[in-house]
Design a protein around this ligand. Structure first.
Ligand SMILES: Nc1ncnc2c1ncn2[C@@H]1O[C@H](COP(=O)(O)OP(=O)(O)OP(=O)(O)O)[C@@H](O)[C@H]1O
Length: 455
């Protein structure tokens, strides 16, 4: 027995080093030596043999699987931060194999995915495969979905037997087509997470006609965007050596429609919105995010004045921000001009305080057009009244309570009682929505509301 002890002794550090490369090696070799020495009772020998068999079987299976994976399967990798992930996940959620999956993640289905705001079920759940490998059939092929869960994310892989990846490409193409169909007439809103873009919401397109502003200004911006996005424009810019990008600055008091207009603009031109909060990212992250923008999109920088990228002469904003690791003015200007900035992007900046922005930020080239969003004047108040009370063509036949002439008369009356440019359109709209059942009530109570709101 002593000789076994001596013979099987390994220096601990030596053992652990081998174990790092081949886990369980030292244990297996010790057992093998005992077996070979042949001085064990038969029960222990059987146990050792079984243990060694299991260990090697494990390695053999892993080894064979690795060979199969490398030389006999094709795989498509889908990163969590790519939109292809959303496409695949949406498709998977509707597949029958989900019901038999052994490891699932439950999510409350947000209405933005399905677009069904009127679902009868409160907080409906969806289940998706999670953290594991799942087999399923697709067009007669056996495919394997691998969900690799990392710290804040889950990457997906889909594998098929054989070296031809065409069935996998067909699958991803089908996911893409379904996704495009599901997201039609919707605007995808992306935000930054962990320094990467990630789709955060899907918003219904708001018709641009519902954003009330000076019609001439609205038409001018719409025409400008349309011209910019024209197919031949990119080469037109390139031939003249002009960077192919466009910028708009929307300024005015809170609640005047700046965000609503940005969203409508995106919907109107079927563009996605990439929105950034400059206060919680660094210059380096900003540069990376801009470099990863797709070619045709809107980048929305909301409330740029609050991000600490104000005027250079008022405070030493750059120095102050460097310490907070937020974006600096020079960092922002570099990104807006720099080569890393994606061609074809439309920048929309919004602010409540244009006077606090540095001239460099709002000069043409960075902000090509500046649009002033005003507080409600008579025209805006009248149109808001129409928005709430005018009956839509499909409602007219079934329930025409008030005809158009009546509503127009009441709208004029209502607007005349609201002082010019004192209230924001958001405030007027909120007042009207509280009385949406009766236009007469809205007109009769507006004066007391104004008097109360003003003091
Ligand atoms: N000009 C407008 N036309 C139609 N609706 C408006 C208008 N302005 C504001 N609203 C309504 O008021 C709400 C707030 O508007 P919005 O968020 O677009 O304003 P904002 O100018 O971006 O405000 P903030 O500067 O605080 O971000 C929205 O629900 C929108 O429907």
């Amino acid at each position: 027995m002593n000789s076994i002890g001596a013979g099987t002794y390994h220096h601990p550090s030596h053992m652990s080093l081998i174990d790092v490369v081949f886990p369980g090696f030292s244990m297996a070799s010790a057992s093998a030596q005992q077996l070979l020495a042949g001085n064990l009772d038969s029960y222990t020998r059987l146990l050792c043999t079984f243990g060694i068999f299991v260990l090697f079987a494990r390695y053999a299976v892993r080894y064979v699987w690795e060979i199969v994976r490398l030389y006999f399967t094709s795989t498509i990798y889908v990163s969590y931060y790519d939109e292809a992930y959303d496409m695949l996940v949406d498709w998977i959620a509707e597949q029958p194999f989900v019901h038999n999956a052994h490891s699932l993640i439950a999510r409350v289905r947000s209405t933005h995915r399905t677009g069904n705001l009127y679902s009868t079920k409160k907080k409906p759940l969806t289940f998706s495969p999670w953290d594991g490998s799942f087999f399923f059939w697709y067009k007669g092929h056996l495919l394997i979905l691998h969900c690799d869960v990392k710290e804040h994310r889950e990457d997906l892989r889909v594998s098929s037997i054989g070296l031809n990846a065409s069935v996998l490409k067909t699958l991803i193409e089908e996911c893409r087509e379904k996704y495009i169909k599901d997201t039609q007439r919707k605007v995808s809103v992306f935000e930054h997470r962990e320094g990467e873009w990630k789709k955060a919401r899907l918003r219904s397109v708001r018709p641009i006609s519902t954003v009330i502003m000076d019609q001439g200004v609205k038409d001018d911006i719409l025409r400008d965007v349309e011209e910019f996005l024209d197919q031949d424009m990119q080469s037109w810019y390139a031939e003249r050596g002009i960077p192919y990008k466009r910028g708009y600055l929307l300024f005015g008091p809170p609640g005047t429609g700046k965000s609503s207009f940005s969203l409508s603009l995106a919907g109107n031109h079927e563009l996605d919105i990439y929105t950034l909060q400059l206060s919680n990212i660094s210059d380096t992250t900003l540069m990376r995010l801009f470099a990863e923008l797709p070619p045709r999109c809107i980048v929305l920088l909301e409330d740029v004045d609050t991000a600490g990228v104000g005027r250079r002469d008022s405070i030493d904003a750059d120095q102050a921000n460097e310490s907070k690791s937020a974006v600096t003015l020079s960092g922002l200007l570099n990104v807006l001009d720099g080569v890393s900035s994606q061609e074809g992007r439309i920048l929309v900046m919004t602010t409540n305080h244009i006077e606090q922005l540095d001239d460099a930020l709002i000069r043409p080239g960075r902000s090509d057009k500046k649009v002033h969003f005003k507080l409600a004047d008579q025209n805006i108040s009248t149109q808001l009244f129409h928005t709430v009370f005018k009956q839509l063509p499909n409602q007219k036949q079934c329930n025409q309570k008030y005809n158009d002439e009546t509503i127009e008369g009441l709208a004029r009356d209502f607007a005349s009682k609201i002082p010019e440019e004192v209230f924001s359109p958001a405030e007027v709209l909120s007042f009207l929505l509280e009385r949406k059942k009766s236009p007469y009530d809205a007109v009769s109570s507006v004066e007391s509301w104004v008097a109360k709101a003003k003091c």
